[in-house]
Design a protein around this ligand. Sequence first.
Ligand SMILES: [Zn+2]
Length: 202
Amino acid sequence: MEAIAYCTQCGCATTPDNLVTLAGMPVCGACKPEFLRRLQTGAAELGAAQAAAGRRYRGFWFRVLSYLLDSMILGVLLAPLQFWVFGSMAFTLQANNPAQLQANLPGFFMRSLLLDLVTLGVTIAYATLMIGRWGATLGLMAIEARVVNRDGTPLGYAKALGRAFAIILSGVTLGIGFLMVAFDEQKRGLHDRICDTLVVQK
Ligand SMILES: [Zn+2]
């Protein structure tokens, strides 16, 4: 008389040699493909959940610090140009000559506009090159943070460029885009939401 064994999935009665043991469970031939598929999906989901659980985000005050550091670095880079624009105006004001002041105003406004454009360009180039190459600006490195995609992969240059533009959007929304970092579970600013990026602790 042959022993009877049961499939742990469908409960069908069969003989032991018709069952295979998968993950410690006897499973019949009919249930095997679906059971294997569930095991694989379960392992993948568990892996993703574990990766997300182990992830730590850099929050609002760290990000403010990082922003201030980057602003200082850009300030040093742009200092000669700022001196050129405002220095010339300061000399004109000091001369206290209304005619000279009036003559110099259009030039001053043009230089101011140039300064704004160069500042914008340098800011975008800085964020794009640093995050594209190293995953962080110097300010983000200082707070031991890195910008990554949702799946943890690096952004690359194209996406870093897109994020640099999105940061401007965060800035022009009266800073609300930045403030969102404080209230988001994953510490995402508006720019992180737009680009689907995360600022994680290294
Ligand atoms: Zn079965």
